[in-house]
Design a protein around this ligand. Structure first.
Ligand SMILES: *Cc1c(COP(=O)(O)O)cnc(C)c1O
Length: 510
């Protein structure tokens, strides 16, 4: 037998050699070290010197700088690209670590998690199968088990990391829909049932529930918003009544979504009551703890989640109250068998025989295929800091929000909505007398003026049809003085608006 001869391979072209030097491999580690260190250094310098959460840059100012970049003409050098990046991004970025960033559910990030991010992107494991991840699959599984144990879901629990709370909620409702359709055998029965499925959540629930319903092919009016009490917690009696009403109307409640930490009010639905109602009615209980999951590690407030252990599925967003960088979220379920609704087999990837061979894979449980090893960030955070340290940080921001609520509620310039169980404060500047009708416009103006100055970032929302402002505190470095400083800024901007517009009404022009 003759051995085949292969053609002699020519040396790579200079262009190819140069391009290969930009790929991470054994021969390019110096380049890797220098490039990453340079990037870290730039960010470190920025973080050390920013004196406000943003610059107030407008899209009109920034868009031309981004548009001007010629993506077909490379700079050839990471240093030059970083110089350019200062201009188009870093200089005007929004900095969540700044103590006067009080807007959305964005946290300062734990350094061990940043280490995890650096490692996971360089190694670039993919969490779909064992043969693309090896130990990464086991690490993700340990963290899911750890989370399920913190929740108290019992020995059959399982789950998977996801890209965020929206995806976790989508997957939970997919599982709930499939469980509700279990007896609808055949396409005709299923087609008849689908438009009759309903999901109950509170008026303060997250909009991803509605988006999920749409993606899942439910009826346009499938999500029923149940009223809340004054503290913005779902009214369990109303849930009970709604389930009865649906049944009488020939509708099928496929899930109740309780929220453990509503995005605006930080309110926690009465989870134990919901669990009792759902158990009695045979309805899937999903708990959206995207925000409130930090309580799982709180040394003092874990009891606020009592009842969560009776949920069928739970959403946790580590990138909100566990101080993890985006993305890091998980869906955890009480009964691992429910995850089969997300399982499909591909011959090239996860043939069914792998199950028999007991080769672990995560793709059988996930809506994604190729998937980041986000779990590594939480792993390193727990291994360096531990859960109590994370929980203490979350406790700090909840304490600070209570201080802020007290300050605002005692301040005659403002009106405040309910006291949050977590770390938001919803309030508004309240002009006196006949100027009160300017309240909506004044608060909108104050928020915009604040954003334009970059001195502080606050969010806005609507409560009962009126414009309010919102602090979301997730930074333990935010002090009561920072809150007072921002309140003064709000009052100044809103007061000026009221002053100008009252004057415009009372002084005839000319
Ligand atoms: C933020 C949030 C979500 C969505 O999570 P993402 O990670 O932003 O997709 C869902 N539910 C609640 C209550 C949230 O606060």
């Amino acid at each position: 037998m003759t051995v085949p001869t292969y053609p002699v391979e020519s040396a790579p072209s200079p262009a190819s050699s140069a391009a290969r030097a930009q790929l991470l491999h054994g021969g390019s580690v110096e380049q890797y070290r220098r490039t990453i260190a340079d990037g870290v250094e730039r960010v470190a310098r920025r973080v050390a010197t920013v004196d406000r959460p943003g610059t107030g840059v407008t899209p009109a100012e920034l868009a031309p700088l981004v548009d001007r970049v010629d993506l077909d003409r490379p700079l050839g050098d990471a240093g030059a690209a970083l110089d350019e990046l200062e201009n188009v991004y870093l200089r005007d970025a929004v900095w969540f670590h700044h103590p006067r960033y009080l807007a959305h559910l964005n946290c300062p990030v734990a350094i061990p998690a940043l280490l995890g991010e650096a490692v996971l992107t360089a190694v670039n494991s993919s969490l779909d199968t064992w043969d693309q991840s090896a130990g990464a699959t086991l690490i993700e599984r340990r963290l899911i088990d750890w989370t399920a144990e913190r929740i108290g879901l019992g020995p059959s629990a399982d789950g998977v990391f996801t890209s965020g709370g929206s995806q976790s909620n989508l997957q939970a409702l997919l599982l709930a829909r499939e469980e509700a359709c279990a007896d609808a055998v055949g396409p005709a029965a299923r087609a008849e049932l689908l438009p009759r499925l309903r999901v109950l959540t509170s008026t303060a629930g997250h909009f991803s529930v509605q988006k999920s319903a749409k993606l899942l092919g439910l009826a346009p009016d499938a999500v029923l918003a149940v009223p809340t009490d004054a503290r913005r917690r779902i009214d369990p009696d109303a849930v009970r009544a709604e389930i009865v009403r649906c049944r009488q109307a020939g509708l099928v409640v496929m899930a109740v979504v309780g929220t453990a930490g509503t995005t605006d009010f930080g309110s926690i639905d009465p989870l134990a009551d919901l669990a009792g109602i759902c158990a009695a009615a045979g309805v899937w209980l999903h708990v959206d703890a995207a925000y409130g999951c930090g309580l799982l590690v709180s040394p003092t407030r874990r009891h606020l989640l009592d009842g969560i252990e009776r949920a069928d599925s739970v959403t946790v967003d580590f990138h909100k109250s566990f101080f993890q960088p985006v993305s890091s979220s998980a869906l955890v379920v009480r009964d691992r068998r429910a995850l089969r609704h997300a399982t499909y087999h591909a011959d090239y990837l996860n043939p069914a025989r792998m199950v028999e061979q007991r080769i672990p894979n995560q793709v059988d449980k996930s809506l994604q295929t190729t998937r980041r090893f986000d779990a590594l960030k939480l792993w390193l955070t727990l291994r360096v800091m531990g859960p109590d340290a994370l929980g203490t940080l979350f406790d700090d921001v909840v304490d600070r929000a209570a201080d802020a609520w007290r300050a605002v509620s005692q301040d005659p310039r403002f009106e405040v909505v309910t006291r949050s169980e977590l770390s938001t404060v919803v309030f508004r500047y309240l002009p006196t007398g006949p100027d009160r009708e300017l309240a909506d416009a004044a608060n909108l103006h104050a928020r915009e003026a604040l954003a334009a100055s970059g001195l502080a970032a606050v969010a806005g929302t609507r409560v009962d049809g009126r414009h309010f402002l919102k602090f979301t505190l997730l930074n333990p470095a935010t002090t009561v003085d920072d809150v007072g400083f921002v309140l003064d800024l709000v009052a100044t901007h809103a007061g000026r608006y009221v002053h100008d517009h009252t004057a415009a009404l009372t002084c005839p022009v000319g």
